[in-house]
Design a protein around this ligand. Sequence first.
Ligand SMILES: [Zn+2]
Length: 124
Amino acid sequence: MSDDATTDRLDYVEWADRLRDGDLVGQECAECGHTTAAPKAACARCGSRTLATVTLPTDGIVHSETTVAVPPEGFAGEYQVAVVRLGDAKVLGRIDGTVDIGDRVSFADVLVTDDHPAPVFEPV
Ligand SMILES: [Zn+2]
């Protein structure tokens, strides 16, 4: 673990490591309070670089969804992905089951493909 000035800055490697461990984290802006679900160098709303790593809520609402009818190599059959609103943050994840926009979902699992983890949500 580095002890330089970037220690508090969430990067993709740490975000992915924590997600593999089942910990869904994002960043909260100290200036405006905007929360993101993926690591950023600066706040997308106000540009501040004062960002704190926060644990995101595990229950959310489906913001948008789509079904992948022709899966990439290594996947079988159709599956659904969705942008899920977790509090103020939005994260793209895989759906275990079937959902519609506005449905309530819960963070249930982590899917790791080619060493890249993705959250899996299921309807509640
Ligand atoms: Zn901000």
